[in-house]
Unconditional design. Structure first.
Length: 136
């Protein structure tokens, strides 16, 4: 290969590498809004927004207030807890993904009080623990 051919080959390679590629249009999608508050009720959705993850009331300061429910992606209710102005206050129940109760009890100002019962996956009582009266 002589110098003329080599120069031509290098020129063609440089020209080919300098060609502009057509611009690819990339759609920019908005990030999915998975949290909403409507009429004082907080909703959080799983991605795809087909199933609610959390649902519960809020007070004027946007603290949890009233019944709060947590759901699995398939819609199974996994827990229900009562709140007063951001503190767990009242009954709480947590379930296995099968819907069987895992444990239940009561809160007073975020403190576990009274008897709490834990169950196995067959629904049989495993433990009962008494947390006593609320501590002030």
């Amino acid at each position: 290969m002589n110098l003329k051919h080599l120069t031509l080959l290098v020129s063609l390679l440089l020209f080919a590498s300098c060609e502009e590629e057509p611009e690819k249009k990339v759609k920019k999608s908005k990030p999915e809004t998975l949290v909403e508050v409507k009429n004082g009720i907080f909703y959080e959705w799983y991605p795809g927004k087909k199933q609610i993850k959390y649902k519960g009331g809020q007070d004027e300061e946007k603290k949890r207030n009233g019944v709060w429910t947590f759901y699995a992606e398939d819609g199974t209710e996994l827990s229900v807890t009562y709140y007063e102005h951001g503190l767990k206050q009242g009954f709480s129940i947590v379930k296995y993904p099968t819907g069987v109760i895992h444990y239940k009890g009561e809160y007073h100002k975020d403190q576990m009080v009274g008897e709490w019962t834990t169950y196995n996956e067959r629904g049989e009582v495993e433990t009962v623990k008494d947390f006593g009266a609320p501590k002030q």
